[in-house]
Design a protein around this ligand. Structure first.
Ligand code: SF4
Length: 192
């Protein structure tokens, strides 16, 4: 029995839940993917071009998806305060509420009942697969900021206590502690 191949056969079938014909609760699969991504992305990745890269589509298709989500009131776009030409996308309260109906929640719930050790093993195995395929295909996947090669952590002493202070060496910007858990399309992992 080839365990690696058997695993991929299962992943293929899991993917059928992610990719479907038509709509579910009024959204197409890519629109769901975009909404899900925007609810988890950091401020550098909530842009039309980062969204296009994450969903794996052209800028034109991403623009159509953004327009549709905006029309339905699930996201809103704002001009960046620093650069008026760039646009920042955010999920509205209505969009956050709507995510409770996300078709992938059935997968999330199935994983949630595993014990913590099994969850960590599953996550790490999927990450290993992505890391390895990135190297083979010379690309990089989107992942959480805390694993990124560009994240810098400094220890500072304030009021007699030691605290962590984070910054991004790529964007040359401070990163708030909760942001290290968010997704970034510019993520790069440490290569061994
Ligand atoms: S440290 Fe990496 S993941 Fe975090 S914001 Fe910078 S490029 Fe993105």
């Amino acid at each position: 029995m080839n365990l690696a191949r058997e695993s991929i056969e299962l992943v293929e079938q899991v993917a059928r839940i992610l990719w479907f014909e038509g709509t579910k609760h009024g959204l197409r699969d890519r629109e769901w993917m975009a909404l899900r991504f925007l609810s988890r992305a950091n401020r550098f990745s909530r842009t039309p071009s980062a969204l296009a890269s994450y969903v794996g589509t052209t800028r034109g298709t991403a623009s159509f998806i953004i327009g549709e989500l905006e029309r339905l009131g699930y996201i809103e776009r704002k001009r960046s305060a620093k650069d008026k030409r760039s646009v920042m996308l955010s999920v509205t309260q209505q969009g956050k509420k709507f995510l409770a109906r996300d078709p992938v929640n059935v997968l999330v719930d199935a994983i949630a009942v595993l014990d913590d050790e099994a969850k960590v093993r599953l996550r790490d195995a999927l990450r290993h697969v992505l890391d390895q395929s990135d190297a083979a295909e010379q690309r990089h996947h989107t992942d959480v900021c805390k694993r990124c090669i560009f994240l810098r952590e400094d220890r500072i002493i304030a009021d007699g206590k030691t605290a962590a202070e984070f910054s991004c060496r790529l964007f040359r910007a401070p990163i708030a502690e909760p942001e290290v858990e968010l997704l970034c399309t510019s993520f790069e992992h440490h290569r061994l």
